[in-house]
Design a protein around this ligand. Structure first.
Ligand code: 5GP
Length: 189
């Protein structure tokens, strides 16, 4: 158990959240969600790609009937702050009308990309019975826009983290823990 023995792991300066901690916390979240949505038609909607790994573990810890789906969204980085432009690159496969939707996100940082508020508003307009948010990581110190988070896995300080779905330049998503990269990894482009 513990750290994955791959060359990718050699680029990690420090493990912030171990695989064991993630397993335990995801189990707790699954229990809580199962209680909260008892008797309700629940669908988890993961935001690709970062939330895919978290969603796949979380859904297996939910003991009530549950469906899941994914959306992919693109935002325009800094421009989004002023323009609010967010594009839906991949929509839901099925209707969420009258369903209780739990949006699953990897990390909420500044809130500036408006990913969550866009998705939450979009789903509400489709007459979902409820729309709530579950994020694996919450970085509240960086928050610039208030986004309502109903469930979170861990609070992290203001450092760029990778692993368990989170990437740097398309890499490190497959690591089973959350960590920070060695400074030289960024230097190498
Ligand atoms: P924000 O909340 O700032 O609008 O943006 C959240 C998005 O920025 C996340 O979904 C993720 O794609 C990216 N992001 C923010 N902080 C980090 C981080 O520490 N590591 C990684 N890999 N992505 C991050």
């Amino acid at each position: 158990m513990g750290q994955q023995k791959t060359p990718l792991a050699n680029d990690i300066a420090q493990v912030l959240i171990t695989e064991e901690q993630i397993v335990t916390r995801v189990m707790e979240l699954g229990e809580q969600i199962s209680q909260d949505y008892e008797g309700k038609a629940l669908v988890l909607v993961g935001i690709l790609k970062g939330a895919a790994i978290f969603l796949s573990d979380l859904v297996r810890q939910i003991t009530i009937p549950v469906d899941y789906d994914f959306v992919a969204i693109s935002s325009y980085g800094a421009d989004t702050r002023t323009s609010g432009v967010v594009r839906l690159l991949k929509d839901l496969d099925s209707s969420i009308e009258s369903k209780h939707v739990l949006v699953v996100e990897d990390i909420v940082d500044t809130g500036w990309t408006l990913r969550l508020s866009y998705i939450v508003e979009n789903f509400r307009s489709r007459k979902a019975a409820s729309v709530r948010v579950c994020t694996l990581l919450d970085k509240p110190s960086e928050r610039k826009v208030d986004v309502g988070i109903d469930y979170y896995g861990f609070i992290v300080e203001d450092r760029y983290v990778v692993g368990y779905g989170l990437d740097y330049d398309g890499r490190y998503r497959s690591l089973p823990f959350i960590g920070v990269l060695k400074p030289e990894v960024y230097g190498g482009g």
